[in-house]
Design a binder for this molecule. Structure first.
Ligand code: SF4
Length: 525
């Protein structure tokens, strides 16, 4: 069996970092970990080719070669997913679709012509699919009644990736999260009992990446890396030894809940393993909104102190913020900007609240007749909300645009980044010094040209760099890389402005339709 694995295009998002990738001669931030895991679970006597459409297009000879096409996508990739299904069917190929989007909303892939829907987690449903193919079934939907134990998940087929196209590689240690945030689809897809791999399993994945020649950044794509603190510490204790034995070939980034700040041992272990950055879901400094959205873990301790604690331990903090919660009062955007300035977080991802299919939020707003679109776009795309909020959407949209533009003003960003790195704990592990590559040298020259010569903020750039070199010299490279990230955000500001303004008109029209429907219903009853 010859299997063509396809990963659909992402739209331009906050996370796409095009300008930064250009600098370092890479095309995409992260590879499709789900598809290389699928390839590892399927029978190994099958042949595989993988095309990430974010890297390049599928060639005619690849289409011809394939006996079967398998696709996986997230909600934001849905347009290209549906296009690729139709392309494959137009060429007479059997098509199987899996991944988070099809699992949440199976109808559109089915209507586009997918023959097989391999839903939920592949460790359970891929063997069902293989069995169906062996029986000669021409189609089917495969669902899992339970969540699989991931200790049996094989090492992903990283060898199928065009590795040079990516900024970072991804690995996953755990699935699921113990918390209960109302808007979160992770707990719907993967459950509230975090399931982890064994330390040996994860080290085998890292060893495989090392043997394939990968060096540098690894994104631990767990939704909450510290969901099972006991198991993550067991991993980190072994990872620390492995990293030292191999002279720190990798540095890590991950996502974690804010309660990380309350566990000194955990933070120290992460830093000793060369974790450089961590993404925190802060969402909002408004306690009433956090309580309403059931993000109770963010109300227990001071959020500002937690951020500071993590930065002082030696990790850069990135954070996610949301605007548009029910009951939110005027000025939520400003309060977020003030919080980000106070805590000196360089990269703050700001999105508008979205109701993702089958989440508690989705069920609630649907019951209240406030859902506008059955297909959430996902707030990573910077879209307007997909339900009617409790305050005027025009206010939320305006505050969102103003807050985004304020956050990524060139000078404010430089100042925050400077304060962040001044506060940061010194690195605890020391990879051997290496010669700067030509690509890195070119990137450095471009950063210096743009930020140190061309921009009005050039004096600040040089002052801050000098001060970092003087007071916290161990972080200067990390500091400069973070400064370079604003190249992307500066450009993204205009995209946010244009897209939100265009979507606002659409939103108001859809809202009118829902209101008329509700009036008709009220009259009829
Ligand atoms: S902490 Fe993050 S992953 Fe966990 S339920 Fe909340 S939003 Fe979801």
């Amino acid at each position: 069996m010859r299997v063509l694995l396809l990963y659909p295009l992402f739209p331009k998002t906050f996370w796409s970092y095009e300008k930064v990738l250009e600098l370092i001669n890479r095309q995409v931030l992260l590879p499709p970990l789900g598809l290389v895991t699928v390839a590892a679970i399927l029978p190994q006597e099958w042949e595989f080719k993988l095309v990430d459409r974010n890297v390049r297009s599928v060639t005619e000879s690849e289409w011809e070669w394939a006996d079967l096409v398998i696709l996986s996508a997230m909600i934001v990739q849905k347009d290209d997913l549906l296009y690729l299904i139709r392309e494959a069917k137009g060429r007479g190929k059997p098509v199987a679709v899996g991944g988070p989007y099809a699992t949440s909303v199976p109808e559109p892939p089915r209507e586009a012509g997918a023959d097989y829907l391999i839903l939920d987690e592949g460790e359970i449903t891929l063997p069902m699919f293989v069995e169906a193919l062996r029986r000669g079934d021409r189609g089917g939907t495969f669902r899992a009644e339970s969540k699989p134990d991931v200790t049996g998940t094989p090492v992903p087929r990283f060898d199928l990736l065009e590795m040079n196209a990516y900024d970072s590689m991804s690995v996953q240690f755990s699935r699921g999260c113990p918390f209960q945030c109302e808007f979160c689809d992770i707990i719907i897809l993967y459950g509230r009992k975090p399931r982890t791999k064994t330390p040996q399993q994860l080290l085998a994945e890292l060893e495989y990446l090392r043997q394939l020649g990968w060096k540098g950044a690894i994104f631990m794509v767990d939704d909450n890396f510290i969901g099972n603190k006991r198991n993550v510490k067991l991993l980190l204790k072994e990872l620390k030894v492995w990293q030292a034995q191999h002279q720190y070939p990798f540095n890590f980034t991950t996502e974690a809940s804010v309660d990380l700040a309350q566990d000194r041992e955990l933070m120290d272990l992460m830093v000793e393993c060369n974790f450089k950055s961590v993404f925190l879901g802060i969402e909002t400094p408004d306690e009433a909104s956090l309580t309403l959205t059931k993000k109770f873990q963010n109300t227990r301790d001071s959020l500002a102190e937690s951020v500071e604690e993590i930065v002082r331990s030696g990790m850069r903090v990135m954070a996610g913020f949301i605007i548009g919660f029910d009951g939110e009062t005027k000025g939520a955007g400003d309060r977020i900007v003030r919080f980000v300035e106070q805590t000196a977080i360089p990269a703050a991802m700001l999105g508008m609240l979205q109701a993702f299919p089958h989440t508690a939020l989705w069920d609630r707003v649907e019951k209240e007749g406030r859902l506008l679109s059955k297909e959430s776009l996902g707030n990573a795309q910077g879209g307007l909300m997909n339900f009617i909020p409790t305050r005027p959407v025009e206010d939320i949209a305006r505050e969102y645009i103003e807050a985004f533009c304020a956050l990524y003003d060139a000078e404010s960003y430089l100042d925050r980044t400077y304060r962040h790195f001044l506060m940061m704990g010194a690195p605890k592990c020391h990879p051997p010094a290496k010669f700067i590559s030509l690509v890195d040298l070119r990137a450095l020259m471009i950063i210096i040209w743009r930020q140190g010569i061309k921009r009005k903020s050039r004096w600040k750039f040089w002052h801050h760099l000098y001060s970092i070199l003087k007071h916290n010299p161990g972080v200067w490279q990390h500091y400069l890389t973070t400064c370079a990230h604003n190249e992307h955000f500066l450009e993204y500001r205009q995209i946010v402005r244009d897209e939100i303004s265009a979507q606002l008109a659409e939103f108001l029209a859809a809202k009118k339709v829902v209101e008329v429907e509700m009036q008709v219903e009220a009259i009829a009853s």
